[in-house]
Write a protein that binds this ligand. Sequence first.
Ligand SMILES: NC(=O)c1ccc[n+]([C@@H]2O[C@H](COP(=O)([O-])OP(=O)(O)OC[C@H]3O[C@@H](n4cnc5c(N)ncnc54)[C@H](OP(=O)(O)O)[C@@H]3O)[C@@H](O)[C@H]2O)c1
Length: 336
Amino acid sequence: MFTGNGEALMSVVLVLGYTTLGILALCAVNLVYKTLQSRSRHDISGQWVVVTGCDSGIGQGVVTALSKRGAKVVACCYTENGASAARAAGASWAPHFDLSDDAAVRDVAEKIQTQSHGALWCVVHGAGTVLPGFVDYQPINFYREVMAVNFFAPVLLTQKLLSALRRAKGRVVLVSSVDGIVSLPGNAPYDASKFAIEAYADALRVELSFCGVGVSVINPATMRTPMADSFFPAHRKTWDAMAAAEPEGDWQTLWPESWLNQYVEKNAQQLRSIAEDPAAAVNDIVHAVTAVHPKLRYLSGRLAKTLFYALWLMPESWSLRFKRLTVQPRPPRSRT
Ligand SMILES: NC(=O)c1ccc[n+]([C@@H]2O[C@H](COP(=O)([O-])OP(=O)(O)OC[C@H]3O[C@@H](n4cnc5c(N)ncnc54)[C@H](OP(=O)(O)O)[C@@H]3O)[C@@H](O)[C@H]2O)c1
């Protein structure tokens, strides 16, 4: 039936076919195994869990979800009102303080060690702040403010809770952002703080790997929370701060106030239309806290798993082109 060449070709086709089927079968087995594995959870009732950023948004959702599972939640809030709401949501203790105040962080960490009798299951670093604006009009102290809350506070709080985490063989959950893997224009201080926390998480994970403490990172895309709602209007705060600091600066020629108003209005509407349900991030954080086999990284939300994942992996020259075409406005005065 087949000539010598035809038989050889048929053998190659059969080998390739069986190899492909074998690989597909292994992938399917791996998928089923991973799915089953991800479903097994620890019973965290009675375990101490610290959560920061609980006044609103994702942190508030995490307090409710973990309290329902019986965890003893220390809900770190910024305001008195936030603390009352966290207690109503089931938190065992809700201190309110400024995370950028090192002394306050040390004081709360010491009290947590005492309350938890030195055995802490998890700390979830959910607090975050954002001060958007293009680099021409970003005051330098805005970079410091953002780094203080998004980077230095989690670093200090983790360090002060490490002995209790080691004792419980617990875990650290750091809420980064898609901006921690893909830097976006108009948000440089926040991007830098989230890239910094990613680098810290990588180092921390290896350093703690010998004492059974796990480290997971959460990368939410835009979620419907007060942070996202206020994102574009907050450009005004940055612009005003620079106008007060450098009223005669060149930057105002490039980025005039008339442009700012239009930019904010148009983009605030667009952001609202793509913002996702924060439950996606809350569920991923709860998984990171409770799963027997938590993931190292959770891309939370549809856009994180698709667009941002692709931007993260693609060559930099492609992502630069994409960002220039979609999110970076050309300074209005540079258009000729
Ligand atoms: N929403 C998004 O689109 C999105 C996307 C990616 C990543 N994230 C990250 O997700 C985390 C939660 O954000 P969210 O969306 O839930 O926003 P959010 O509702 O604004 O929550 C941020 C929390 O951090 C608190 N906070 C800010 N500065 C603080 C300070 N100096 N001391 C103590 N607490 C402070 C806020 O308190 P007040 O409310 O009292 O100011 C608030 O409770 C953040 O780390 C954020 O970067 C959010």
